[in-house]
Write a new protein. Structure first.
Length: 246
């Protein structure tokens, strides 16, 4: 089976489940994991601007897309010529069934189940003792955060953070003043690549708050990625616990 993946985290999952570059024949330029295996896979554009002609030349048996990450018109255009599966992952349960269904489709059920079990183990082991009010920023100028109907929100909640914007949906714009209720302000490494200078800008406004850059992939990459984030989440929780005790 020849597969084109239009979703970075799904590309990673396909290789984690045991596929090779002979089966994953096309990817986006944002599909960067696993680095050693994706380098020989054809790039068919970005997640929002796919090159349909390049995909047609690859003649895939299946195209994997995502409701949020890909453009509806482009995906529908591909449906005229190819079998396209559109995923939608907003919860941990959605992610469980994503892997379960990929496992079934690819004949990798056992491997998919192992990843699912590991993900639940990782999220159960890394938990704050008491909830910590957090704001998670995904964009700068304007600041944008995450509402309660996002995968990032679910991961935050699973490990014990209370999203101060849980009454919002999707990715609302906010102001610096709106961050007042948060004890911890998280600046994600993606999609906007926040740097230390952005931490300092917010620290000038909120000198008493914990402001930190966090690994955006650990919070937003569904599929198999969370199974590899055990140490990252444990270290993050330990850092927050240290602040609470100081």
């Amino acid at each position: 089976m020849k597969i084109v993946s239009l979703v970075p985290s799904i590309t990673e999952a396909l290789f984690d489940l045991g596929l090779t570059e002979n089966e994953v024949v096309g990817r986006t330029k944002f599909c960067i994991h696993p680095r050693d295996k994706i380098k020989n896979v054809a790039v068919i554009g970005g997640t929002k601007n796919i090159n349909i002609e390049k995909i047609k030349a690859l003649q895939p048996d299946l195209i994997l897309a995502n409701k949020e990450e890909n453009v509806k018109d482009q995906v529908e255009a591909l449906m005229n010529d190819f079998k396209v599966t559109v995923t939608n992952v907003e919860t941990i349960e959605d992610n469980y069934y994503l892997l379960k269904n990929l496992g079934k489709l690819l004949g990798k059920e056992d491997k998919a189940q192992l990843f699912n079990l590991k993900i639940y183990e990782v999220l159960n082991q890394a938990k704050l003792d008491t909830p910590v009010k957090a704001a998670y920023l995904i964009w700068n100028n304007p600041y944008m955060t995450i509402g309660s109907d996002t995968f990032i929100h679910k991961i935050l909640s699973e490990i014990g953070f209370e999203n101060v914007f849980r009454d919002k949906t999707r990715y609302p714009q906010i102001s610096t003043e709106d961050l007042a209720a948060a004890d911890v302000i998280m600046l994600s490494s993606e999609p906007f690549p926040f740097k230390e200078k952005h931490v300092e800008e917010l620290r000038a406004f909120y000198p008493d708050k914990k402001i930190m850059i966090v690994d955006g992939e650990a919070f937003s990459w569904y599929g198999t990625h969370i199974a590899k984030c055990e140490n990252y989440f444990k270290e993050l929780i330990a850092e927050i616990h240290a602040i609470q005790q100081s």
